[in-house]
Design a protein around this ligand. Structure first.
Ligand code: HEM
Length: 128
């Protein structure tokens, strides 16, 4: 089934919605991430569902409403070092465990998320 997009392969919109839900339930309690996010994650989750749908080869829901993602630019107002990138990836890795059954797809998705997360880094990690 080489014509199938990752979006279709993992189970489509229902699975993306579950992924986003469990991901942000971890983000909201992660000490390195929670301070960066608003208390009400409704809109954040809606945008991320749109983005991931498109990122995984489904319909271009995000760009249709918000234009080009310009992800790195949109993240510049938040301090993101290796610490936050690792925290984000840790939450996503666990979220993938929650919803993606196929271990090969899980690995492929995590690989792509890892590249994107590292691309978001915009400052060195501060030592304390
Ligand atoms: C928005 C943090 C990585 C996709 C945001 C917001 C924060 C944030 C604080 C704003 C939330 C809001 O105010 O609603 C981070 C941190 C990352 C990271 C700390 C660590 C590397 C990623 C990655 C992706 C991503 C890897 C995609 C795979 C998005 C999207 C938005 C967003 C689509 C919404 C942009 C918009 O406002 O339209 N992120 N993020 N982020 N993030 Fe990230």
């Amino acid at each position: 089934r080489e014509m199938q997009s990752p979006f279709e392969a993992i189970g489509g919109g229902k699975v993306v919605e579950r992924l986003v839900k469990t991901f942000y339930s971890r983000v909201r309690v992660h000490p390195d991430l929670a301070p960066l996010f608003p208390d009400d994650l409704t809109e954040t989750m809606r945008k991320q569902t749109q983005f991931l749908t498109q990122f995984l080869g489904g319909p271009s829901l995000y760009s249709h409403e918000h234009g080009h993602p310009r992800l790195r630019a949109r993240h510049l107002r938040f301090p993101i070092s290796q610490i936050q990138a690792n925290a984000w990836l840790d939450c996503m890795s666990k979220a993938l465990d929650d919803v993606i059954i196929d271990s090969e797809w899980r690995e492929r998705l995590l690989e792509r998320f890892t590249l994107t997360a590292h691309h978001m880094i915009n400052q060195p990690a501060l030592k304390d």
